[in-house]
Design a protein around this ligand. Sequence first.
Ligand SMILES: Cc1cc2nc3c(=O)[nH]c(=O)nc-3n(C[C@H](O)[C@H](O)[C@H](O)COP(=O)(O)OP(=O)(O)OC[C@H]3O[C@@H](n4cnc5c(N)ncnc54)[C@H](O)[C@@H]3O)c2cc1C
Length: 434
Amino acid sequence: MWDFSTDPEFQKKLDWMKQFVRDEVEPMDLVFNRPGHNFDVTDKRALAAVRPLQAEVRRQGLWACHLTPDLGGQGYGQVQLALMNEILGATKWGPRVFGCQAPDSGNAEILAKFGTPEQRARYLAPLLDGEIVSCFSMTEPQGGSDPRVFETRAVRDGDEWVIDGYKWFSSQARWASFIIVMAVTDPAAPAAERFSMFLVPAETPGVTIVRNTGLMGEHEDEGAHAYIHYDKVRVPADAMLGQEGGAFHVAQVRLGGGRIHHAMRTLGAATKAYEMMKERAVSRFTQGGPLAGKQSTLAAIADSYVELLQFRLLVLHAAWTIDQGDREAGKIGIGSVKIMSPRILKDIVGRAIQLHGSLGVSNELPLGGYWVKAASQGLVDGPTEVHQIGLAKRILKDAKPAAGLFPSEHIPTREAAAREKLARYIAMREEEFA
Ligand SMILES: Cc1cc2nc3c(=O)[nH]c(=O)nc-3n(C[C@H](O)[C@H](O)[C@H](O)COP(=O)(O)OP(=O)(O)OC[C@H]3O[C@@H](n4cnc5c(N)ncnc54)[C@H](O)[C@@H]3O)c2cc1C
């Protein structure tokens, strides 16, 4: 929609990606289109179709670009990653074809950072090669945004840990080879030190998927978000990822980069809806003219254009602050885009649905999927409200209380001070102007 890349070599890569996604990846979306199909490593046909695409992406040097060079990545900065993720955003298979699929991308990051050499060899290597998929299991049925309500326990028993409890919305568990489970290891500790992470092979006895919850419109048990019972699940002591009591720290590492990439992918979906709206406005005729002749249509298109551009700049600015190495500014940027993502998508997709009439709400356009994505974006990785609180607290850190009884911008108070400052001029007599 708007080219921001100034490096011609990088721009060539973006152009290649756009064409490749349109020609090769979107057909995957249309044919292998079950919920979570892009994670289903048991579907041999889908695997046979995706492998050559992944090989081509590797040949182009674009595989798993979010990774640092020591893990095989290209060392792209966040601004470049943001531009790439935007292209992948309107597709389901895009991230899988390009080796940057959540939650695998985040799981790979924490394995790389906190995993022992044995853990990395067992889990990270096949994950990075795209041979297996993984799951992150943190949210519980009684609550997700406040970890203090989490109850799943891990108790040490000799050389093992025994995990007991229920987890909710553990995405992709049904296809995952291993699950990263967050469990309470010290209930008496402050929340930040109460939990530890465990690497649990999916086939471990006691791991039972109660059901695979679907998103709106998906059939029961066809979904990709597992309700899991961990019933006396035994794992060896060396299954712990990171330090005992260190789960919060591990989780934080996983979320930062992911949120900004989610935001740029959101932009990709919103842009697709916007482009659809433009086409519809000049294609559909009613009451003797195109929809584009109606003021309300023009307003919808103008608002969407402005909102998209604002959001794009917000995301690129957040990415740029991260690239500058300013952690605090980076967190403010990430919080900002996290709050705006669902809003932008909901507004633009909502308008696109309206302009498409009944077709808009049908399952014959991708808009319904984007609509659910908009609602999900307000929850995934923490609800909007929690991020608003976090963002506002950061912003308020350097706010200073007013020095006096009234606010600093109180006009009568300021006017009195200004009058005092300018008293000499106010008191000037007519003959002094000569
Ligand atoms: C598509 C999708 C995929 C997901 N994948 C995973 C996954 O792979 N692994 C995993 O562990 N979890 C996953 N989740 C769960 C996600 O992390 C939780 O949905 C999220 O943390 C919110 O928890 P909750 O759903 O229990 O909502 P609750 O915590 O019950 O919150 C519900 C609502 O209450 C309000 N609220 C909550 N706290 C506050 C507050 N402090 N101030 C004001 N209002 C508040 C907000 O409106 C919030 O939306 C996924 C969710 C979705 C939608």
